[in-house]
Write a protein that binds this ligand. Sequence first.
Ligand SMILES: *[C@@H]1O[C@H](CO)[C@@H](O)[C@H](O)[C@H]1NC(C)=O
Length: 134
Amino acid sequence: MGRVAAAGAVLVALVVLGAPPAAAADLSGVFQQMVKFECYFINGTEKVRYVLRYISNREEYAMFDSDVGHYMGFTPYGEKQAQCWNSDPARLEYRSAEVDRYCRHNYELASPFLVGRRGERGAERVPSDPALGV
Ligand SMILES: *[C@@H]1O[C@H](CO)[C@@H](O)[C@H](O)[C@H]1NC(C)=O
């Protein structure tokens, strides 16, 4: 029985480097928006958990967890977003279905790269490991 995770990330970084001469003193910096998709597999695809994380400037402000079934906010902004997203049943249904549409669908493709989450042994190639009985 292997507990493994696969993750994907979408990273949007907006960098303000050059600025018009007149505003050069106050226009430089960066903000970073990340959305991370995680799939946790327990005993192959028998039990699957999907987690979607929203991160702004390295701070996770909201997440969706398929085990919970709704969004959770971790900052005032995140709580507001989560409340808004949770009020849309179609959105919750869409996210809940990601365990099949996204995780199970990509399991075979991703299995050579799955990362073991127990111990520190590193990546395990789950489907071909006879000790795991898969
Ligand atoms: C693992 O999943 C298979 C079916 O995919 C099931 O037959 C077996 O009982 C499961 N093993 C455990 C330890 O849950």
